[in-house]
Design a protein around this ligand. Structure first.
Ligand code: NAX
Length: 329
């Protein structure tokens, strides 16, 4: 029997957790022949709800699910983790200043980063979903310097998926035909969905769409504000699509990328494309046959794109300054 992969999910009793755990347990994260142990972290008041989720996991009788550990103890949650999906966080509430938001999340992500450094497996990889995910990832990584910087990711894949669908619908084709769609910067309303370097059925998106005003206007704002539109319509934030994007991210990071394509994920910048070093920044990534990732080269950045990328860079720099001031990094 193959040794099970240990997958930690934080915020496991939340909306996204409920959409995520069953898909992981069914083999959609790591494939149909990899057994998995789920290590589920929640805060004490949510442990009862988590017990209910664990009962449902039991009731699915998933053949690949080799165990479930439900806990509010960081050490137990991250013990031996090969993948850590950090979903639980405190999202911005009405009237909350950015500093308050970063401070309250610092209280979550700093100790989680430490626990990962001290207790996770030596090959641990971390995907931060909980918002503000880029800066939460920076906080966790900063408190775990023992874990190499290339193992930390924040989720911009939902934005990629949203952008691909908008383009496919506009052109009237299938979403599978949309390739090389990079999301630059922060997972926030300043992100830049890069249409100019993307292709649809092998044709450059600006040519296939034939409407630059739409691409530079409604397309970008629709993707940037999609999260808010879903809250407005559903009365709750994206959950199934967010869980789906978390799975897509892990699958993309563990599968070689086709040469004509890229994966949108926020990674630790090493200065690629002039992005300040050390920021957790949405970039186009490729995974090679040996399973290592690198930032894809050759994206053309025109003046319009450069301005947009600068805007989201400035926002992430301001968030980094704020968390530095708070002593969180
Ligand atoms: P919920 O509020 O439904 O669930 C969050 C769960 O986290 C709760 O059960 C809570 O008890 C738990 N939690 C809080 N503090 C914790 C801690 N210290 N340790 C462990 N668990 C803790 O939120 P949900 O809809 O599941 O969203 C989770 C996060 O994902 C939010 O921050 C949300 O903003 C973010 N999102 C990120 C997206 C992305 O693309 N990166 C998209 C979707 C989503 O908005």
């Amino acid at each position: 029997m193959t040794t099970p992969v240990q997958v930690t999910v934080t915020g496991a009793a939340g909306q996204i957790g409920y959409q995520l755990l069953f898909r992981i347990a069914s083999g959609q994260l790591l494939g149909p022949s990899t057994p998995v142990v789920l290590r589920l972290l929640e805060i004490e008041p949510a442990m009862k709800a988590l017990d209910g989720v664990v009962m449902e996991l039991d009731d699915c009788a998933f053949p690949l699910l080799a165990g479930v550990e439900a806990t509010s103890d960081l050490r137990h949650a991250f013990d031996g983790a090969n993948w850590a999906l950090l979903v639980g966080s405190i999202p911005r509430k009405a009237g909350m200043e950015r500093g308050d938001l970063l401070n309250v999340n610092g209280g979550i992500f700093k100790p989680q980063g430490r626990a990962i450094a001290e207790h996770a497996a030596s090959d641990v990889r971390v995907l931060v979903v909980g918002n503000p995910c880029n800066t939460n990832c920076l906080i966790a990584r900063s408190s775990a310097p023992e874990v190499p910087a290339d193992r930390w990711f924040a989720m911009t894949r939902l934005d990629q998926n949203r952008a691909e669908t908008q383009i496919a619908k506009r052109v009237g084709t299938g979403v599978a035909g949309v390739k090389n769609l990079a999301i630059w910067g922060n997972h926030s309303s300043t992100q830049f969905p890069d249409f100019a370097n993307a292709t649809v059925d092998g044709v450059a998106v600006p040519v296939a769409v034939g409407d630059d005003a739409w691409l530079r206007g409604d397309f970008i704002t629709t993707v940037q504000k999609r999260g808010a539109a879903i809250i407005e319509a559903r009365g709750a934030s994206s959950a199934a699509s967010a869980a789906n994007a978390a799975i897509d991210t892990v699958v993309s990071l563990t599968t070689p990328t086709a040469p004509e394509d890229c994966v949108s994920v926020s990674v630790t910048s090493r200065g690629e494309y002039g992005v300040p070093e050390g920021l957790t920044f949405g970039l186009p990534v490729q995974v090679d046959l040996a399973g290592a990732w690198h930032v894809k080269e050759g994206f053309a950045i025109d003046e319009f794109a450069a301005q947009k990328i600068q805007l989201t860079t400035d926002e992430l720099l301001a968030e980094r300054d704020e968390v530095k001031k708070l002593g969180l990094v």
